[in-house]
Design a protein around this ligand. Structure first.
Ligand code: AVI
Length: 321
């Protein structure tokens, strides 16, 4: 997973931490700060957990439907991915495409180390030219679009249900921005986790091995490391709930006692009561019908949708109108 935060400077981080922890009602920290080097490594571990079925479901879908998906699109295709990820799932698509045409693949990530990992992971795909773009998603997409030749159709990948980590308004805005960067007939492949029984969803974000808890708590450790905070990690517990009206898993860090924490570089102290929480990440779960509406609202048509039979996850192919 990539994050626009990885390359951000300390000033923005300090400002966002101060703003989020100054809220009088629900304190919060932006989820993008979960993904420093340690957080990204912990997220990679999460994707391997038996309780977290998303990544394997998407891998199965892409492996199974790569050829069918490519048959729906005119060639030649220019492949761009928002977030370079580990490259594992994209391999199937690149492999299928490289049997049809010479392939240029633009993974976009703000982190140069994520791009190097992706290049390394896909290095044995000799027929694919990997041209990473070190940039935010939307800037990178504009750059990739400016490099297209007139005959190329763009296929943009936004996988892993990362769209679920945006709030509703931001996700709509983000999809509109993608629409603006594309031409009529271009395509977006969107991976989204679907709603399923609540206990199953909760377990995916509160695994018994405690990997997700470590991922969440690392945010406080990161504030200690980078901003001179004095959070005592043992005074906080990872807490997960399902917000039904918003259709989303919410990750929180619950204060286990009344406490005060100082964050030197933010020139700020925060007081937390026992039981009070800091909201750290929202993971929206979708219904397949609402994805068709979301496509239409952002100026796309949902051309095809594949749903995994083992873990309810949808891969949707949207065509820009
Ligand atoms: C990156 N993102 C799609 C993950 C998700 O499932 O929403 C983040 C995550 N947080 C905890 N576990 C996984």
């Amino acid at each position: 997973m990539s994050s626009p935060a990885r390359g951000e400077n300390i000033g923005c981080f300090a400002r966002d931490v101060r703003n989020g922890l100054s809220k009088s009602r629900q304190k919060e920290l932006p989820s993008l700060y979960l993904y420093d080097e340690i957080g990204s490594a912990l997220f990679e571990a999460i994707t391997l957990l038996p309780e977290y079925g998303l990544t394997r479901a998407e891998d199965r879908l892409i492996r199974k439907h790569s050829n069918g998906l490519l048959e729906r699109l005119p060639s030649p295709l220019l492949l761009t991915e928002l977030g370079s990820g580990s490259g594992r799932k994209t391999r199937w698509l690149l492999d299928a495409l490289s049997r049809r045409q010479p392939v240029v693949y633009h993974p976009i990530d703000i982190s140069s180390s994520a791009l190097s990992r992706c290049r390394h992971e896909l290095s044995e795909l000799g027929a694919v030219s990997i041209v990473g773009l070190e940039s935010s998603y939307l800037e990178g997409l504009k750059e990739a679009a400016s490099r297209r030749t007139p005959d190329q159709t763009m296929l943009v990948l936004f996988l892993g249900s990362t769209i679920g980590n945006f709030d509703r308004k931001a996700s709509h805005q983000f999809l509109l921005e993608i629409h603006h960067s594309l031409k009529s007939g271009d395509a977006l492949l969107l991976g989204t986790d679907l709603e399923k029984p609540v206990p199953e969803m909760l377990l995916a974000y509160d695994d018994p091995a405690g990997v997700t808890a470590a991922f969440n708590l690392n945010l406080l450790a990161r504030i200690n490391r980078e901003l001179g905070g004095n959070f005592v990690l043992g005074n906080f517990k990872h807490a997960v709930r399902y917000n039904h009206p918003e259709q989303r898993i919410e990750m929180h860090l619950r204060s286990e006692r009344n406490q005060s924490v100082r964050i030197l570089s933010a020139d700020f102290s925060v007081t937390l009561e026992e039981g009070e929480t800091i909201f750290t990440e929202a993971c929206r779960k979708f219904r397949s019908e609402e994805l068709t509406m979301m496509a239409r609202d952002a100026g796309f048509v949902c051309d095809a949708q594949w749903i995994d039979t083992e873990w309810s996850f949808a891969e949707s192919l949207w065509i820009r109108s």
